[in-house]
Design a protein. Structure first.
Length: 275
């Protein structure tokens, strides 16, 4: 007898996924295995999905701890390398370190041995230039199953060009009030060039830094600041997307399929995951 799939409405899914999940969370230091950065994991679990997250220009990794911890509470191992933190950020180097981070997740013993990552359930994500770096890394790797960007920016080498080579499903969240990387020349262009299934959503009230957390001196030179509404939407959509693509969880399909007032579905090519 087939198991009945229970799905939530978009509103129910948004409220549920914007809150912490059922798993207690552990935090670790990637520096212990030779790479500066942080990793958050569920307390236990074998064959878990994992995502490596790239930070934005001049943004410390701590500004994403809440998102990483949130993903871990929903059963996803989430790690972020703390590299390329100066003004001359190299997207190519950050992209390479994102892949190294996934190597650590799959190849190094996590926790006390009660945690393991399935190498067939890997994703990349990032904010701003970290989003562009995630696209670059994915275009050169056939093991990435999902990509998420938050207010992505074009990079050198070009994330736009790299997007044409990506076959993994992609979710791009663009900020409607982004004066650093306006969607039309950045997130929207990357989504339009995407080589695989893709979805672009516009958060009309979000600024470029809206997805970050806390305060940082870079706000004096960059437009925007941390925004609770942008964080809530970002956490819900990133979680729903990764659970759907990496684990096959269809509970939150309605959220991913719906055009919401505060998260407009601007563009989609193919279903993110075939049903």
């Amino acid at each position: 007898m087939a198991r009945r799939v229970i799905t939530l409405t978009a509103k129910q899914a948004l409220e549920q996924l914007s809150r912490p999940g059922p798993h207690p969370v552990l935090r670790g230091d990637l520096a212990l295995v030779g790479l500066p950065g942080v990793i958050f994991t569920p307390q236990s679990g074998l064959g878990l999905p994992a995502v490596a997250f790239g930070h934005g220009w001049m943004q410390p990794v701590r500004r994403y701890h809440g998102l990483l911890r949130h993903l871990a509470s929903w059963g996803v191992v989430a790690a972020a390398p703390a590299v390329e933190r100066g003004p001359l950020l190299s997207s190519r180097v950050l992209a390479a370190n994102l892949l190294t981070t996934l190597d650590i997740c799959t190849g190094v013993r996590l926790g006390t041995g009660e945690i393991s990552v399935d190498p067939s359930r890997l994703a990349l994500a990032g904010h701003s230039m970290g989003g562009g770096a995630a696209v670059l890394a994915t275009s050169g790797s056939d093991r990435i199953r999902a990509v998420v960007t938050l207010a992505a920016t074009e990079t050198r080498p070009s994330a736009l060009d790299a997007a044409r080579e990506v076959r993994a499903p992609g979710l791009h969240l663009a900020a409607g009030e982004d004066r650093i990387a306006p969607p039309v020349g950045h997130a929207e262009a990357i989504a339009q060039a995407w080589g695989g299934p893709v979805q672009l959503r516009l958060l009309p009230k979000a600024s470029h830094l809206g997805f970050t957390e806390g305060r940082h001196w870079s706000e004096l030179m960059l437009d925007g600041s941390a925004e609770r509404g942008s964080q809530k939407l970002g956490r819900a959509f990133v979680t729903a997307f990764l659970l759907r693509v990496l684990t096959g969880d269809r509970t939150y399909d309605d959220l991913l399929d719906s055009d919401l007032k505060n998260a407009n579905l601007v563009f989609q090519r193919e279903a993110l995951v075939r049903r």
